[in-house]
Design a protein around this ligand. Structure first.
Ligand code: SF4
Length: 243
């Protein structure tokens, strides 16, 4: 006898809300505060965005912007970057962490764009991820910001906020990305990673989340579990690592 399909157990978050309804409410609030979010990295076109994102690993956007202001003035294209060479690039970015390796990657990816893609940054994920120094997170940022794709890049802020709120906890950035893509309503998908980054950078910070002024506190698992008993400011909990 065929077995009857099991009825799914109704899911509830510690806030008492259905996870999808909660995701909808969270992004509606974050979107209301910033209707048109963008990266805080300075760039002129897909190429300079790609270089800025590669430089931003383990560095602040402000630090990267300071370096790229001068770098892009002399090398705004792949050809100019190759002509400047690794040593030349190093001089402009030596205030940024891991600058030696980053200079090497920036010149190598510029050369690859010239040789394989006619000088244009490719729009396909696979081609992007095959460029030197470009991983999934960087490809997601470029696809989203430069080409308008609804990708969700998971950096340390997105990872932490997804975990603390309970939106999409996971062990790896890829796991979190997949869960977010499942749960974030389509109309919020393109802005999702920007809203989560900004929320993580300015409110749900690593060491001391500012729960007392958080616009989504009533929708947050971490707050539901601990915040109410901590006078409005919840302890950092397991999402408290990273920057
Ligand atoms: S309530 Fe606190 S832990 Fe939850 S998202 Fe807001 S700042 Fe982060």
């Amino acid at each position: 006898m065929p077995s009857r399909p099991r009825r799914p157990t109704p899911e509830r978050t510690p806030t008492g809300l259905d996870p999808r309804a909660r995701a909808e409410a969270i992004f509606a609030r974050l979107a209301a505060a910033r209707p048109d979010p963008h990266t805080e990295l300075s760039y002129r076109d897909p190429f300079t965005l790609l270089v800025a994102v590669v430089l931003s690993a383990q560095a602040t956007d402000a630090g990267v912007n300071k370096a790229t202001e001068k770098l892009f003035a002399v090398a705004p294209t792949p050809a100019a970057m190759v002509a400047l060479g690794e040593e030349g690039v190093r001089e402009y970015i030596k205030t940024i962490g891991l600058y030696r390796n980053k200079a090497k990657n920036v010149v190598a990816l510029s050369r690859a764009i010239l040789e394989r893609h006619g000088g244009q940054v490719p729009r396909e994920r696979e081609a992007l991820e095959n460029l030197p120094g470009v991983g999934r997170k960087t490809a997601n940022v470029v696809l989203n910001e430069a080409f308008g794709e609804p990708t969700i890049a998971v950096d340390t802020h997105v990872f932490r906020v997804a975990d603390r709120t309970g939106l999409a906890p996971g062990k790896t950035p890829l796991e979190v990305e997949k869960k977010l893509l499942e749960i974030v309503p389509e109309r919020f998908r393109k802005g999702a990673h920007h809203w989560l980054i900004l929320h993580g950078r300015y409110i749900c910070t690593a060491r001391r989340p500012a729960c007392e002024r958080c616009p989504i506190a009533d929708l947050c698992d971490h707050y539901a579990r601990a915040g109410a008993t901590a006078g409005g400011t919840a302890p950092a909990g397991k999402g408290g690592k990273g920057s």
